[in-house]
Design a protein around this ligand. Structure first.
Ligand code: FUC
Length: 799
């Protein structure tokens, strides 16, 4: 792995320091974290660890991707919900939007459950004092975090990682003076729990709340509903191994005395046993699993565990390597680096680091089937996390996966794809009971129980977000995208097709005719903006929303293509084709914008963070500057009206949109906006605008949401390679700032893997590897080249 740039090499050479200059793969700090947003996170795609790196006491938040509040959802919560539809439609026909908003609340179900914080591990040190030479880092080439400092002339080090193959967190502690390591290990949790110590093992067990309520108000009594006979259980096991120290225990902690080196092994498990199994009565034996994982790993030495971990992690991480040329930025702690960058300074390796970090975060948070990366990935310390840290499917859950295929992490997409399968089960009941149709639907939010109903707490919340029902339609496009990138026909046939078909069936049956005989949705809402009617009413419920129709257009197009490819289901294909042909078309508004509403109405918030009606430009493929220039211009106009100041995830989306418009410089401007330094004060900042990046490179909505990290990283790939079914555009949106560079391992639709280098903003050489036999046309600048490759074939040529 050659990740050391020339400049950093020179820096190393000149200073002799071991700290890389302007690294593209290391986050580092000269002090411990105070805030969560300064911590360094590790994970194996299930177990998450948030490390603060304290000197007197180290704090590590522990998470497990499968620890949520609640239990399986009763999807049949409003059996007669659909009977409200005629009245809503009648109100809409009469243009009585106020009444339609009121009636739409009758189509609201329960709110989602919440991702739960498992607990906190404390390492309390006896050798305290003011440290010298404090250093804390996360190296994302090996997914290992380190802390080192000196107290009274003794050097202490710690090294942490969370292993996927060995299913444990491992912490190695050393001192350079014999016997100088003295510490205690404790555990506590915000959930109900008990700690016991036997056989030199710290054992904790507990359980999550059986119900939860969205919001960030931790004192809300409803958040603390625990029932010891219900809910998901968790177990933690901790053990210390030391070649020379003495391991003992108290009633509540493990103790290490007079060690020179010690390894702490940490294992967690939950009773979660699938979205449809009661975690209390049909749950897994979490205690047994946590013990087995710990005992198995405890047999292994630190170096074996570490080499297993590296082999596993680097198999994924090393697939892609991005280089944007020589940088002259100075080597600074990551927080200071961001502050400097926010002043407009050059730091190409920070731009590469953010991209690499997105891939790191996905590998670390998304390896558990049925439990995709949630709003905070897997890292959550709160009893009531922001927005329940759940799955918001009107953008956030999907944005989390925009980088999965194009940055060569297809395997990390599987947790989402398997989750979609679960949604198609509960979603069938939702389609029938809320909307009176076949197929399956998923609405605004979901959770690990694959909840699919419209939310809003049975009429208490605003339809502007609660009543949206296109989540399943949007999510189903991920199945097709996975096929396009992998060309895995077995997956398409055996895993994806029926789910895609169910999503399409819902769309076909859900739509109604407008006055011109075109097909539209009714009622409809447009995430999460409001319109102003000519009479001044500001509302949410209307008909024929552009965003709905854009997603339906994608869903129908894909089921048609899939059924042709597999040569099956001709009758249904024909239904999809005739519905597709009758969809109400895109409209361009009087401002030259792409119309969000059926009529050319004003927006309540013209700069609203959502831009779902631009779905056809990105992530969809219906609008392109080449094939639909007028619509592409209208999208551009919409983006101009909205401006660039918005939340983190919204910036992530807009970079992708600008990239699809082929405007690399605007995409780059917004990428810099996404990397704007945000104070690590977590949830306290005003959240509606001001998105950016916290010191630990977590995306700030604010507060922390991981979607911006993933959307931003995906956008870098989108600036370098864009692909449709039959074409691959190389450097389609390259900004002036990236005039030199190289990348290897990006993926394109059609199953191709691309490596290339460029200078003076011009493509020089390109290598294409075919995952399966196929034909594609490469385009860059004003040249194009058609290639036909056999499976596994690799070609390289000068452009
Ligand atoms: C959507 C967005 C919010 C936030 C939430 C998690 O509702 O509108 O900005 O990101 O999801």
């Amino acid at each position: 792995m050659k990740r050391i740039t020339l400049a950093s090499f020179c820096f190393l050479f000149l200073t002799g320091t071991t700290i890389l200059a302007q690294s593209n793969h290391i986050l580092w700090f000269d002090r411990p974290a105070t805030y969560f947003e300064e911590s360094l996170v590790l994970g194996n795609g299930k177990m998450g660890a948030t490390v603060f790196g304290g000197v007197n006491s180290d704090k590590i938040y522990l998470n497990d991707a499968t620890l949520w509040t609640g239990e399986p959802v009763n999807a049949n919560m409003l059996p007669d919900g659909y009977k409200n539809l005629p009245a809503i439609r009648e109100a809409l026909k009469n243009e009585d939007y106020k009444l339609a908003d009121q009636l739409n609340r009758k189509l609201e179900g329960t709110n989602s459950n919440s991702y739960a914080p498992l607990g906190t591990l404390f390492l309390s040190f006896k050798n305290t004092g003011t440290p010298k030479k404090y250093y804390r880092e996360l190296d994302i080439t090996n997914a290992v975090s380190k802390v080192s400092y000196e107290i009274k002339g003794v050097k202490y080090t710690r090294e942490y990682f969370v292993s996927h193959p060995d299913k444990v967190m491992v912490i190695k502690l050393t001192s350079n003076k014999k016997g100088a390591l003295n510490f205690e290990v404790n555990f506590n949790s915000l959930l109900k729990y008990k700690v016991s110590l036997t056989d030199k093992t710290l054992k904790a067990k507990g359980y999550a709340q059986v119900t939860a309520k969205p919001g960030t108000n931790v004192s809300d009594p409803f958040a603390k509903v625990f029932d010891k006979t219900r809910g998901t259980r968790f177990s933690t096991r901790v053990k210390i191994k030391s070649p020379d120290g003495i391991v003992t225990r108290t009633d509540s902690s493990l103790v290490l005395k007079k060690g020179t080196e010690a390894i702490v092994y940490v294992s967690v498990a939950t009773s979660f046993n699938g979205f449809d199994k009661n975690p209390a009565t049909e749950g897994l034996d979490d205690e047994k699993i946590a013990s087995a994982q710990l005992n198995k790993a405890f047999q292994k030495s630190y170096s074996i565990l570490k080499s297993n971990h590296l082999k596993d992690y680097q198999f994924f991480y090393n697939r892609v390597n991005l280089n944007l040329g020589v940088s002259s930025a100075p080597n600074l702690p990551t927080n200071k680096r961001l502050i400097r960058y926010a002043k407009g300074e050059e730091d190409k390796n920070l731009e590469v680091l953010y991209f690499n970090y997105g891939r790191y975060l996905l590998i670390s948070s998304s390896r558990t089937l049925g439990a995709p990366a949630n709003l905070q990935g897997i890292w959550n310390p709160y009893l009531q996390p922001p927005w329940s840290s759940n799955y918001t499917t009107n953008i956030n859950a999907e944005e989390n996966y925009w980088l999965a295929e194009n940055t060569n992490l297809s395997e990390m997409h599987l947790p989402l794809l398997s989750f979609i399968k679960n949604l198609s089960v509960t979603g069938k009941v939702t389609a029938k009971t809320f909307y009176g149709v076949n197929g399956w639907a998923e609405c605004h939010n979901s959770d690990i129980w694959a909840m699919s109903n419209p939310v809003g707490n049975f009429g208490k919340d605003d339809p502007v977000w609660a009543c949206w029902n296109m989540g399943g339609t949007w999510l189903s496009t991920h199945l097709w995208e996975h096929y396009l990138f992998t060309q895995d026909k077995n997956f398409l046939k055996n895993e994806a097709y029926d789910i895609m078909r169910g999503a399409a069936q819902f769309c076909i049956e859900w739509m109604v005719e407008d006055k011109d005989g075109k097909l539209i949705t009714s009622p409809s809402t447009s995430p999460e903006n409001k319109f102003i009617t000519p009479t001044g009413y500001q509302g949410a419920t209307f008909y024929g929303g552009t965003a709905d129709l854009a997603m339906i257009r994608a869903c129908l197009t894909q089921i048609i293509e899939a059924s042709k490819l597999l040569n099956i289901d001709a009758e249904f294909r024909q239904k999809a084709e005739s519905a597709l042909a009758r969809l109400h078309p895109y409209q361009i508004g009087k401002k030259g914008n792409l119309q969000e509403w059926y009529y050319d109405w004003e927006d309540q918030d013209p700069q609203h963070r959502h831009q779902s009606h631009l779905f056809g430009l990105f992530p969809g493929h219906q609008i392109t500057p080449d094939s639909t220039p007028e619509l592409a211009n209208a999208c551009r106009k919409t983006l101009e009206i909205k401006g660039d100041e918005t939340t983190g995830w919204s910036k992530g989306w807009r970079i992708n949109l600008w990239a699809r418009l082929g405007d690399g410089n605007h995409a780059y401007k917004m990428y810099r906006e996404l990397l704007k330094y945000v104070d690590p004060d977590g949830v306290k900042t005003n959240y509606s605008k001001g998105g950016g990046t916290y010191p630990n490179l977590f995306d700030a909505h604010p507060p922390f949401q991981i979607d911006g990290n993933f959307g931003g990283a995906a956008a870098v790939a989108e600036m370098l390679v864009q692909s449709g079914d039959a074409t691959i555009m190389l450097l389609p949106a390259l900004p002036d700032a990236w005039n030199e560079g190289s990348v290897s391992g990006l993926c394109a639709r059609g199953g191709f893997v691309i490596s290339m280098n460029w200078s003076n903003k011009t493509l020089k050489t390109v290598t294409v590897i075919a995952r399966s036999a196929g034909k594609t046309t490469l385009k860059s600048g004003n040249k194009q080249k058609e290639i036909t490759l056999t499976k596994g074939q690799k070609v390289t040529f000068n452009w």
